[in-house]
Design a protein around this ligand. Structure first.
Ligand SMILES: Nc1ncnc2c1ncn2[C@@H]1O[C@H](COP(=O)(O)OP(=O)(O)OP(=O)(O)O)[C@@H](O)[C@H]1O
Ligand SMILES: [Mg+2]
Length: 178
C-alpha cells in the first residue's frame, strides 16, 4: 500500500467515525499477515471490534445520562433477606415488557427495604438493553418542574423528560406536593 493510500484509508476511517478500527488497524494487519488470515476474517474481526466499542461507548453515555446515584445490581439483591418481595414479579419486570407496554411500576414499602436498590438495578438493565433512562428524586423533579413553570418553560421541560423511555422517580411520597 502506498503512503498516499495509507493516509487516505486512515482519513476515511476518521471521516466515518470508525475510531476503534482506525486505532487497531495497523497492529492487526501485521498480525493478520503473519497468521495468513483471509480478507473476510480480517474484515470480520475489525468490524466486530468497532461494533463492540461503539456499543460500549453508547452504553457509557446512557449510564451517564441516567444519573444513577450509585450502581446496584439485580444479582446483589438478596431475596432471602426480603421474602415479602416476589422474585418472579421482579423477574417479569426485568424482562422490561412494561417499558414496551408504557406501563408504570411502583415499589411501595417502609424505609431501607430495597426500593431504590431495585429501581436502580432495573434501570441499569434497561440502559443495557438500549433504553434511554433517567433517575431523579421526586423532590428535585418537582422543584425543576415548578421552576420551569415559573419561567414559562414547562412544556419544554416535559418534552425533555419525555425523551426518556424509562423515568425512575425515587422517594415519591416522602414530601407532599401539589
Ligand atoms: N434485599 C436486599 N438485598 C441486598 N441489599 C439490600 C436489600 N435491601 C436493601 N439493601 C441495601 O440496603 C440499603 C438500603 O436500601 P434502599 O436504599 O434500596 O432502601 P429504600 O427502600 O429505597 O429506602 P428508603 O425508603 O429510605 O429510600 C442499600 O444499600 C441496599 O442496597
Ligand atoms: Mg430509597
Amino acid at each position: 500500500m502506498s503512503s498516499l493510500e495509507y493516509e487516505q484509508l486512515h482519513h476515511n476511517l476518521k471521516r466515518l467515525d470508525l475510531i476503534t478500527l482506525d486505532s487497531i488497524l495497523d497492529n492487526y494487519l501485521e498480525i493478520a499477515a503473519k497468521d495468513e488470515k483471509s480478507a473476510i476474517e480480517i474484515l470480520d474481526y475489525l468490524i466486530e471490534q468497532e461494533a463492540q466499542s461503539k456499543e460500549a461507548r453508547s452504553l457509557d453515555l446512557r449510564m451517564r445520562l441516567a444519573g444513577f446515584p450509585v450502581k446496584k445490581k439485580l444479582d446483589d439483591f438478596d431475596f432471602k433477606f426480603q421474602p415479602s418481595i416476589d422474585r418472579a414479579a421482579i423477574k417479569e419486570i426485568a424482562s422490561l415488557k412494561f417499558i414496551h407496554n408504557a406501563e408504570n411500576v411502583v415499589f411501595l414499602g417502609p424505609p431501607g427495604v430495597g426500593k431504590t436498590h431495585l429501581a436502580i438495578a432495573l434501570g441499569i438493565e434497561a440502559a443495557r438493553a438500549g433504553f434511554r433512562v433517567n433517575f431523579v428524586n421526586a423532590s428535585i423533579l418537582i422543584e425543576r418542574l415548578a421552576r420551569a413553570e415559573k419561567e414559562k418553560k414547562l412544556e419544554d421541560k416535559i418534552r425533555g423528560l419525555s425523551k426518556f423511555q424509562l423515568l425512575i422517580i425515587d422517594e415519591m411520597g416522602y414530601l407532599p406536593f401539589d
